[in-house]
Design a binder for this molecule. Structure first.
Ligand code: GTR
Length: 331
């Protein structure tokens, strides 16, 4: 292009912009909203914030991400609904509530389905992870597109009544579980009373005694401020549930092919970036919990807990037999 033609082209663009007449959607500035139940600085939130910076850089500021952390837009159920109607673009949510929309994903919500966190990582990084992530977008009813898996380590019980060392110790305790029947049934099979509620209600429920405890990974136990209230933390690691970064299908379909490619690319890159942040944060949170004098109980033999949840496997497991076999075969 000659300098003259370049100046002319620039002139046309300037005039078009001045009259607000630039019709090309590829030029339109867009702020993509993202939400998470966790606060700024938490690994999942930080990974999405960093992704937003990459998106902004790659598009010279045309696309950017605005983060709404700390349940500002409600709990995960509300976030899913907002993403489905396109009011929210990015939602970072647990597989827990998504299982009700994509049944195959419920396989990750089964108690003790993974041997350990390393096993879960191998599965989500491999073909099974790719297939399940894709199945979210392939099913038009979900209204969502799966971008990446994120890490949430392993979930363990905490409560304010007593130490949990054996299955029998859970008897009669009211324990908050995430909103999915599998989790309530898991708790009940272990002898307690599972109470389903969104994270936005848990603090109040713990304080007022509506529940005696809950279950979560160390960073969440720390970050939600539950540890000073429920001081017995028993490392049962009964659920290892990966998390998801999803995008609104409605918003995605309205974007240009180029922008869609960027959303997919940078979204996927968060998977390993978040994992690094996650490992650092687990160490920090565990130290904080121990320094605060929390009663952290290691469960050397998890077999009795695994045996006790057999009714949950009998009820839900049969439809996942083939998938579970593939998961177990991942070494
Ligand atoms: C956290 C997870 C959240 C949410 C929360 C909960 O570990 O990161 O997505 O699932 O647990 O228990 O509601």
């Amino acid at each position: 292009m000659t300098t003259r033609r370049m100046l002319m082209a620039a002139g046309v663009l300037a005039v078009a912009a001045a009259f607000g007449a630039a019709p090309a959607t590829a030029q339109t500035k867009m702020v993509l909203k993202a939400a998470d139940v966790h606060p700024l600085g938490y690994p999942t939130v930080e990974a999405v914030v960093q992704m937003g910076k990459k998106l902004e850089k790659a598009t010279n500021g045309r696309l950017s991400v605005q983060m709404f952390p700390s349940m500002q837009l409600g709990g995960e159920k509300e976030m899913i609904e907002q993403a489905q109607i396109g009011a929210l673009q990015y939602a970072r949510i647990s597989v827990g509530p998504v299982g009700s929309i994509v049944d195959d994903l419920n396989v990750f919500n089964m108690p003790f389905v993974f041997r350990d966190v390393a096993h879960m990582r191998k599965v989500v990084d491999g073909p099974i992870g790719d297939e399940l992530l894709k199945s979210i977008g392939d099913n038009p009813k979900t209204g969502l597109i799966g971008l990446a898996w994120m890490d949430a380590g392993a979930r363990s019980f905490y409560n304010k009544v007593r130490e949990i060392r054996k299955v029998e110790d859970l008897k009669g305790l009211k324990i908050r579980m995430m909103g999915n029947p599998i989790f309530v049934d898991t708790m009940n099979a272990l002898g307690g009373n599972g109470v389903a509620m969104g994270m936005d209600q848990v603090m109040n429920a713990l304080q007022t005694g509506v529940v005696d405890g809950a279950e979560n990974n160390p960073p969440s136990y720390d970050s939600f401020g539950h540890f000073p209230i429920a001081k017995n933390y028993s490392l049962t690691e009964h659920l290892i549930i990966p998390e998801l970064l999803v995008f609104s299908r409605k918003a995605f379909d309205a974007m240009s092919k180029e922008d869609q490619a960027l959303v997919l690319k940078f979204g996927k890159e968060t998977q390993l970036e978040q994992r690094k942040l996650w490992d650092e944060r687990v160490a920090v949170s565990m130290k904080k919990i121990k320094d605060a004098g929390i009663n952290v109980i290691t469960i050397a033999d998890k077999k009795p807990f695994q045996d006790a949840v057999k009714p949950v496997w009998d009820k839900y497991g049969s439809k996942y037999t083939a998938l579970v076999k593939r998961i177990q075969d991942v070494k």
